[in-house]
Write a protein that binds this ligand. Sequence first.
Ligand code: PLP
Length: 483
Amino acid sequence: MSEFFGDGDGAASLARAYERARDYLEKVDDLSLKLTTTQADIRARLGGPLNEEAQSSVEIVDALADAAEGAIAPTVGGRFFAYVIGGSYPVGMAADWLNVAWDDTPGTPLVTPFGHAVEAIVAQWVLDLLDLPRDASLGVTTGATMANFVGIAAGRHAVLKRIGWDVEADGPIGAPPITVIVGEEAHPTLLSALRFAGLGAKRNICVAVDDNGAMRADAFEEALANVDGPILVCAQSGNINSGAQDPFEKIAPLCRDAGAWLHVDGAFGLWARAAPDLAGSVAGVELADSWSTDAHKWLNTPYDAGFAIVRDAEAHVGAMAARASYLPQAEGARDCSHFVPELSRRGRATPIYATLRAIGRKGVSETVSRCCAHARKMRDLLTSRAGVECLNDVVLNQAAFVFHPDDDAASSVEAANAFTKDVVARVMETGVCWVQTSEWRGRTIMRFSVCNRSTTDEDIQRSADAILSAYEEARRALAEAEA
Ligand SMILES: *Cc1c(COP(=O)(O)O)cnc(C)c1O
């Protein structure tokens, strides 16, 4: 036995963790989506002063698994629809466990050629799946927020370099100002990424969107015509409420003509590229300069996993690479740390590799198509009841519902907003599925998102039944209150 395990029960704790994980995953479909445990409960279960002496590893694993019960929404299961949160595949988890066992940290290629090589393989597969330029460079980030930051930093590098400013050396202060153009419904983390890059969240030109939340090409053209100097455009593939795709075929050539860098936040929407029935809706996105997307959402890999993709590798590496004499470069070898902000990090590509091998190209495209079909099915089931309205055109996996207190939807916006909140609260009480309210286009909506590969037709039917029952109940309660 290696020194690693020492004389404690460390080895047994690994086996115990496997048992507890398996038990959890075997019953995950039967778990209530209504959380019963508060943070205070968990602190009471696990807190107290740190013990002076060593404690049993098996007991620690059991204590953690017991304390987590009812305190983590079963998002691995098929009826969590509130946010764009995917599930996982067993093989992705398995690969992640190996990753941790190996302590693989692809920071410098001399120490761990493995993680770097796996990342290079995954990079080619992902460029292929997304049908993006095969010679683009790709970094595996913690998620789309960081991928947005990487794309924006690469853009900042490139547009300032063209006018002779070295932003990595001299910073953005005092540089010729970059005009940033974003869509009115950009994701909040895109604005965070702009903040991180020193470009500010509020000094952007905001382009109006159409009824489905996609950037209006005419408004974009007008905005672009009125600026000069370095320009960074941030478009979106997948509006968080509607799933809408910005009109890339129109805006990308305009960006080229203006010498603007086009970054695309495609956290989940970019995966439409992988499904033949949806790829047409994202045509032209391949003309952008940088793209961000997630693996831990629609690819259903474990966290943390996203991709920062940049057409111009020089701009990508120029913005990200840290160099030091104690970090020798391996000639001709990939160095993962050149494409993301971190040096020490997980071997993030390994669980993605395992997941992609396990499901194949077909698995990716079928998951994306099926989730979208589920969203359309939910729209049909709910709107078959008078008084339930779907506000968006369900072009992807997102649907936005409004519940009216009357059949003919004649009540005020305020009344519908309050009523929608009431219906959602009642759905949550059932524990059958998890939905959430959001604000979109001045309305309170029930946002419905499907991106878990585990969601079945039965999950959709059961959830629709629960939502419609909650709606009837809310109608009755209102009638009683008014009587
Ligand atoms: C989820 C999401 C993000 C942020 O991604 P993380 O992986 O959570 O960092 C950015 N943009 C859009 C459109 C998203 O849906």
